[in-house]
Design a protein around this ligand. Structure first.
Ligand code: CA
Length: 319
């Protein structure tokens, strides 16, 4: 069997940085590229952060492309103050990593995704862990890729729990509800790793201390970056005994779907004022026997965390 190829579409971001490390550290997948998105940071900053994280991890052959810099319904994007609070103004917990030696690619991230879908088809895994703007644009430009990409597992949404921006909406979906609705109501089959499962998959200082104890560049940097995130979680989510592994859980589920139990559902994203950004069953397609979204509703957090620590620690010990 051909090795699985993975593309991450993310707004690097602290949990995005952990998602990159999971993808680089996982033994059974080849990370063929990263698409930078706006969200936790501006798009250029996210792309540069991805390059720095890759270099820190010795993954200097993974190209980083830039996607859209703002949502499909606006022409401008400002980072929300809460994002800067959780991820730091630079997106990586105010930790200063060396400037990456490599440059961002000049091809657009959306075109890279379309080309990769053509080239790798069913062997391609796409994991969007930021806004859905790039994926929605790719589907609009090349609708046939909906049937070509083997696996799309995204971090976003909330079905059985409240949102984290408003009681209805989760942060990634909130950035571009129209794009998310276009994706979820398209023929594309996807798996949703939302707050339903990510808020039950937590990391604590016990684990970051294990990275710190490695005394390597990557171990220390990741301990510093993620401790910033844990500090922020204590302020914003004091009821949780740790920080949520949002983005790296999506990467984990894309490689091993048995980490979650799921519900099959045709979904939509509401774009009306009031409940804007809600991920919910689509009334119009509720009785279709064919469903296109597999929603994670529970998670084997213990087994996931063991795998997460084994991949990340295994990588940090070498760098
Ligand atoms: Ca993210």
């Amino acid at each position: 069997m051909a090795t699985k190829k993975m593309i991450l579409d993310l707004d690097t971001g602290i949990d995005d940085a952990m998602a990159i490390a999971y993808a680089v550290g996982a033994p059974d997948v080849d990370l063929i590229g990263i698409i930078g998105s706006y969200g936790n940071v501006l798009v250029e900053q996210g792309g540069k952060n991805a390059l720095k994280i890759l270099e820190l991890l010795g993954a200097i052959d993974v190209p980083v492309y830039l996607g859209n810099g703002h949502s499909s319904t606006t022409d401008h994007f400002d980072v929300m103050p809460i994002s800067a609070q959780i991820h730091g103004k630079n997106g990586i917990g105010e930790v200063e990593l060396p400037e990456a030696k490599r440059q961002l690619e000049t091809t657009s991230g959306v075109d890279f995704l379309i080309d990769a879908a053509k080239q790798y088809g069913k062997d391609l895994i796409l994991v969007p862990t930021g806004p859905m703007t790039n994926l929605a644009e790719a589907l609009e430009k090349a609708p046939e890729i909906a049937d070509e990409i083997g696996n799309v597992t995204f971090m976003g949404g909330a079905l059985t729990v409240e949102g984290n921006v408003t009681p209805y909406t989760e942060a990634n979906i909130n950035q571009d509800p129209e794009a998310a609705n276009a994706v979820l109501t398209s023929p594309l089959k996807s798996t949703m790793v939302g707050l339903d499962v990510t808020l039950r998959t937590l990391l604590t200082r016990k684990e970051t201390q294990q990275w710190r104890d490695l005394n390597t560049k990557a171990g220390t940097a990741f301990a510093d970056i993620v401790d910033y995130y844990i500090d922020a979680y204590e302020v914003t989510n004091g009821q949780l005994p740790g920080c949520a592994l949002h983005d790296p859980l999506a990467v984990g589920v894309s490689l091993d779907p048995s980490f979650i139990t799921t519900l099959n559902l045709n979904m939509k994203v509401t774009t009306d004022e009031g409940t804007r950004g809600r991920t919910i069953g689509d009334q119009a397609r509720l009785n279709d026997p064919e469903t296109n979204v597999t929603v994670g509703i529970n998670v084997d957090a213990d087994r996931y965390l063991k795998t997460f620590m084994s991949y990340l620690t295994g990588l940090f010990v070498k760098h």
